[in-house]
Design a protein around this ligand. Structure first.
Ligand code: PLP
Length: 392
């Protein structure tokens, strides 16, 4: 047989995506498995997309995005992220996913090692594999509310390490890294001469503390910032995000994006521009709703004595389920089997913690992007089921 790309050959889909596919579109399931906002895309954003479809020719366009959107993004990253970057340093991408993939393709030579948090968002696995990179974990410490353990991070660096991936506010932990933590991460990237990829897909969702972008502290052009409309504007399916990168890298990221999609549809870019330049009250309203849901989830989990920490941002909560479902031997807990049984027997979908890394193999991640009623019924049902599971 002809050769396969060794990076992707035999790569299994991450269990979070398998669980997601199992329950996709099922109305009989309580959905807590994905970070999928249950809000509709705000009306003025939809209207801008429709107006473009009706009034403009939807043709080919620049691979790095239309200038008017990149100008809007330059103002946005100055406002939200304190990053001073001209439109030439911004690439419009197919969601944060496209931005991360194009960035990895632009910086990774075959065999490059990328430092990824343990736990980290499940989507990085396939991207790293496709880019021919090797994932090397650095631990986030549960005792520190899922913040980095710097000594362990430095021990994970080798001569092949190319990039340090940082995600704050984080998925799945919901941690918001302090200014001091971000400064230390930038300093480590400088000292070891690494790229720092900063996934800031949740930068609008901070409930305690402040969002600090590594690029705002970058003194020598090594930070790449990835953002998205998906979460802040409830636009997951529109597939629009961006990358802010140092000039030489921005050109490569533009090429890597164009190589995959040529250009994002114009109506999607117009909708993104409306999202970014239009009224921002919708973002605050959704953030307040997520914070209330977080408080509800925290109380439900605390009431069972299982609360390890309170997430300060994003919209996820990690629950140490193995303690309840497998109390005699938490290390033997099979989170994927549990998640499948929970769907089959109780109609509740969660993401098994093992999808995010070994550190959370005994956890379940619940998404707070679902309604309060779904959360209450889903979390209560999950915890009841875990208690029953222990007696099987
Ligand atoms: N990064 C993180 C940490 C995420 O949680 C997600 C989605 O859940 C993404 C990136 C990708 O989002 P999108 O491609 O929809 O912008």
């Amino acid at each position: 047989m002809p050769q396969l790309n060794p990076g992707l050959a035999g790569q299994q889909p991450n269990p979070m995506f398998r669980i997601g596919a199992l329950v996709h579109g099922r109305a009989d399931v309580l959905h807590l498995e994905f970070g999928e906002p249950d809000f509709a895309t705000p009306e003025h954003i939809v209207a801008a997309g429709i107006a473009s479809l009706r009034d403009e020719r939807q043709g080919y366009g620049p691979g790095n995005g239309v200038l008017s959107l990149r100008e809007a993004l330059a103002a946005r990253v100055a406002r939200v992220n304190r990053i001073a970057a001209p439109p030439e340093q911004i690439v419009v991408t197919a969601g944060g996913t496209g931005g991360l993939m194009a960035s990895l393709l632009s910086i990774c030579a075959p065999g490059a090692e990328v430092l990824v948090p343990d736990p980290a968002w499940a989507g990085y696995d396939a991207m790293l594999a496709a880019a021919g990179a090797r994932k090397v974990y650095y631990p986030l410490s549960p005792a520190l509310g899922w913040q980095p353990d710097f000594d362990a991070l430095e021990r994970a660096i080798t001569p092949r390490t190319t990039a340090l991936l940082v995600n704050s506010p984080s998925n799945p932990g919901g941690a918001v890294f302090s200014r001091a933590t971000i400064a230390r991460l930038v300093e480590i990237a400088q000292r070891y001469d690494l790229w720092l990829l900063s996934d800031e897909c949740y930068d609008e969702f901070v409930y305690e503390g402040e969002h600090v972008s590594p690029a705002a502290l970058d003194s020598d052009g090594r930070v790449v910032t990835i953002g998205t409309c998906s979460k802040a504007y409830a636009m997951t399916g529109w597939r629009v995000g961006w990358v802010v990168a140092p000039p030489a890298l921005a050109a490569s990221i533009g090429l890597a994006t164009a190589a995959q999609i040529n250009n994002l549809p114009l109506f999607v870019q117009r909708a993104a521009a409306a999202a970014i330049t239009g009224p921002q009250a919708c973002v605050g309203e959704m953030a307040r709703a997520y914070q209330q849901r977080r408080d509800l989830a925290v109380e439900l989990v605390r009431a069972r004595g299982l609360l390890e920490y309170v997430p300060a941002g994003a919209f996820y909560l990690l629950v140490p389920l193995a303690r309840l479902a497998s109390p005699d031997d938490p290390a033997a807990f099979d989170g994927v089997a549990f998640a499948e049984a929970l769907i089959a027997e109780r109609g509740i979908a969660i993401a098994p913690g093992v999808a995010f890394g070994p550190a959370t193999a005994g956890h379940a991640r619940v998404s707070l992007a679902s309604s309060a009623e779904t959360l209450r019924a889903g979390i209560t049902g999950m915890l009841d089921f875990a208690a029953d599971y222990a007696t099987r």
